[in-house]
Design a protein around this ligand. Structure first.
Ligand code: SF4
Length: 355
């Protein structure tokens, strides 16, 4: 038998053919029942993504076109650098004109539990970024733009594939500078049966004018609140001194649109605001102030993920004050403050391994 195959095919071709036959069979045997189980379960959940109405009325397409036109003198983010992306110009974020470049898409099991559920958060990693933090953990994607040229149809198909394999949502990582492409793809995917909630996974540094265009499109906002102090924002995020003020306004608007994030009876969050705050060494992030602002300006049951995983990556070692991980004491101080201020919906996983 081996002789028969190897006489006609070399080993590599043989394995490739085997892969083509067995892998789809293997994947479909796993994911088809999973997708059916999910479909059955989500059917009981009575969830309709907000973008479906806009798709049916034709408004989603209009909003996508509106965002597309903004790229002529790009003002999609607070940098407002005015690059003519429709003519191929690059702005501060380095997004290559109006071309779409995506790094990867797959179920992600490292996000917040109510987004991950049993079958993962359907994550799509977009290349480049307007915030450009010196400690970025995804720097190869966001600074160097490591990824592949993709069409809008490809993006729509990725969304549908993530739904087909059972993911609980479409999690758009660093979407801001590709928001026109995303809305166009969403309009196509909605027409082909996409019904998963859209997660807008952003640095939080978003223009109000753009967020208003996203009203009714996004189901779950997942912003960071990185810094309290504009000097810190400027120092570690490429001159982004407007970060604290802009992000506060943005978070209030996000909350106005989608409200508090609460898990449904299946444990999954389908709608709402989830704020992430990364505690940094030497209180560079101004964590207690950030927490205080959240407690004073949003409902006490706002979902706040206090993140402990800061790691000095990329250019962080050039800055002595952020060139180490945080201590248990630094993290505990922030968590205690949040509890003291009455915040009740805290995500504090990853707490135990700190020293
Ligand atoms: S999205 Fe990019 S090109 Fe557009 S304003 Fe922001 S940094 Fe400039």
């Amino acid at each position: 038998m081996e002789g028969f195959f190897l006489s006609k095919l070399n080993r590599r071709e043989f394995l490739k053919k085997l892969n083509n036959i067995i892998l789809p069979f293997f994947l479909s045997s796993i994911f088809t029942p999973v997708s059916q189980a999910i479909a059955k379960k989500t059917a009981q959940i009575d969830f309709q993504p907000s973008y479906l109405k806009l798709h049916k009325s034709g408004e989603l397409k209009q909003r996508a076109d509106m965002l597309w036109r903004i790229m002529e003198k790009c003002q999609l983010c607070p940098r407002r650098c005015g690059a003519n992306r429709l003519q191929g110009e690059k702005g501060f974020c380095q997004a290559p004109g109006a071309q779409l470049f995506i790094s990867s898409f797959h179920p992600h099991f490292g996000e917040e539990r109510p987004l991950v559920g049993r079958y993962g958060s359907g994550t799509i990693f977009f290349t480049f970024c307007n915030t450009r933090c010196v400690f970025c953990q995804n720097w190869e994607i966001s600074h160097l733009g490591k990824g592949f040229k993709r069409s809008i149809e490809d993006l729509a198909n990725m969304m549908l594939k993530l739904q087909e394999i059972g993911c609980h949502n479409i999690n758009l990582v660093t979407p801001t500078h590709y928001s026109p492409h995303i809305l166009k793809a969403l309009d196509i995917a909605a027409g082909k049966g996409l019904t998963l909630p859209i997660v807008y996974n952003t640095s939080g540094w978003e223009r109000l004018e753009i967020l208003k265009i996203l009203n009714g499109v996004v189901d779950i906002y997942l912003p960071d609140f990185k810094y309290w102090d504009s000097k810190m924002a400027a120092k570690y995020s490429a001159g982004a001194d407007s970060y604290p003020e802009v992000t506060k306004e943005a978070i209030l608007e996000m909350h106005r649109q989608v409200g508090v994030a609460k898990p449904s009876k299946d444990g999954i969050i389908y709608r709402g605001l989830i704020i992430r705050h990364l505690v940094m060494p030497n209180d560079v992030a101004g964590s207690e102030k950030v927490i205080e602002w959240i407690a004073n300006n949003l409902p006490k049951d706002t979902y706040v993920n206090i993140m402990s995983q800061y790691t000095p990556l990329y250019k962080a070692l050039d800055y002595p004050e952020i060139s180490r991980r945080i201590t248990r004491e630094e993290y505990e101080k922030v968590v205690n403050k949040a509890k003291k201020l009455g915040l009740t919906n805290l995500d504090i996983q990853g707490y135990r391994w700190l020293f």
